[in-house]
Design a protein around this ligand. Structure first.
Ligand SMILES: Cc1cc2nc3c(=O)[nH]c(=O)nc-3n(C[C@H](O)[C@H](O)[C@H](O)COP(=O)(O)OP(=O)(O)OC[C@H]3O[C@@H](n4cnc5c(N)ncnc54)[C@H](O)[C@@H]3O)c2cc1C
Length: 362
């Protein structure tokens, strides 16, 4: 335990005040013991994996912050009929796991290459990119149920997966989940070919028709290059990656609301509803890449008059809010509030934040 741990050192945004108690759990047994100890003491508990989807208050967290650091994966079965059933520990680095599945010729999650964070967090918001979501390949999630004080394993169906959503997220309050993910079981196909490539830009780059397969390793390399060009792969040398990835989800609205937008606003069917592009809305509400608050708009977001702001939209992507160096949580939130109210004013649509906000709000 270390009372001095600053949460800014544990998050991709590098913001957030101190943790009162900080505990690292490297095995499933250690995770359960630490959670039980905090719960028995009535101690507020924040679970943290890679810290890539968290915005934590400048005041820090007045309780125990538990870092999930369990490692490793194992194939429970592997045959040409049933494919590979692979269980990965919650604290294992997600991108390392994806890389290993490609090397083992297990197919299905290669399009999710380069997403930061831990494997155990992926079912929480049903991580997705390039037309792929973990909900498509997760077979089961083993959890610690804090309410029942017992292990509980969910099947895919029971997790109620939706766009950036799951039962695990729905039952999380202020970063404190009812169910702590211990491990995740993926059901993958065997072979060196990827799952069908659904995303048009990726298919074009790979030179395949949308809906066709590509070599998994080539797909992984292409996804990593595409993501890096948008500042979406963590890189200590690139300030555009000091973010939570997308700060807002793509809004899902009724057909009537979508019909009021200009014809060139991108839209996709989402059941009876319509999914819109948050990036397009932000850009067309007047916020360009690299936009930051200055001068009289926010004293907090600018270090000194004339100097670049401490926080701004990414210079590569309007959907990411970035720490340019020395930003505080309030700087990040000031940008988010301006963007959200600008989009509201222009289009009447309220953007919803994607990261988990702990001890703070928009
Ligand atoms: C540059 C960048 C690019 C990104 N690109 C994408 C993308 O393409 N698609 C996408 O979906 N996301 C993306 N993200 C967001 C983020 O990487 C994912 O949401 C990731 O799964 C978060 O993992 P983490 O371990 O860092 O979670 P954390 O940030 O540590 O935690 C996020 C939430 O999950 C909870 N949590 C973490 N571990 C557990 C556990 N074991 N049990 C229960 N709850 C837990 C936390 O309490 C918190 O509520 C991006 C982020 C960045 C910085």
């Amino acid at each position: 335990m270390n009372a001095q741990t600053s949460l800014s050192s544990l998050t991709a945004l590098e913001v957030g005040g101190p943790a009162r108690n900080y505990v690292v759990a490297a095995t499933e047994a250690e995770i359960i013991t630490a959670v039980q100890a905090a719960d028995a003491a009535g101690e507020p508990l924040l679970i943290i994996g890679g810290g890539s989807n968290l915005v934590i208050s400048d005041d820090g967290f007045d309780g125990t912050v538990l870092k999930i650091a369990s490692q490793g994966f194992v194939a429970n079965s592997e045959d040409s009929c049933g494919g590979a059933s692979v269980v990965v520990q919650a604290g294992h680095d997600w991108d390392d796991f994806v890389h290993q599945t490609v090397l083992h010729a297990w197919s299905g999650i290669e399009a999710l290459s380069g997403i930061p964070g831990s494997a155990g967090a992926t079912p929480v918001q049903n991580v997705g990119a390039y037309g792929c979501e973990v909900a498509q390949t997760i077979a089961a999630v083993r959890t610690w149920d804090r309410e029942k004080n017992a292990v509980h394993t969910f099947t895919n169906y029971e997790l109620n997966f939706g766009y950036r959503d799951s039962l695990l997220k729905q039952s999380t309050v202020d970063g404190s989940p009812r169910y702590v993910v211990l491990s995740v079981e993926f059901q993958l196909l065997l072979g060196r070919m990827s799952a069908p490539v659904k995303y048009a830009e990726l298919a074009r780059r790979l030179g395949v028709e949308a809906g066709k397969r590509a070599n998994s390793l080539e797909l992984r390399r292409t996804v990593l290059a595409l993501r890096a060009s948008k500042g979406m792969v963590l890189d200590p040398a690139d300030r555009d990656t000091y973010s939570t990835g997308s700060f807002f989800t793509n809004p899902i609205v009724s057909a009537e609301v979508a019909a009021m937008l200009p014809d060139d606003a991108p839209r996709w069917p989402a059941g009876d509803l319509v999914k819109l592009s948050a990036a397009w809305l932000i850009e067309h509400a007047g916020f360009s890449k690299g936009w930051g608050l200055a001068g009289e708009l926010s004293a907090t977001a600018q270090s000194d008059a004339g100097n670049p702001p401490r926080a701004s939209l990414s210079t590569k992507h309007t959907l990411a809010i970035t720490n340019r160096g020395g930003a505080r949580t309030e700087d990040i939130l000031a940008i988010a509030r301006q963007v959200r109210s600008g989009v509201e004013r222009q289009f009447g649509i309220t953007l919803v934040p994607e990261p988990v906000l702990v001890g703070c709000s928009l």
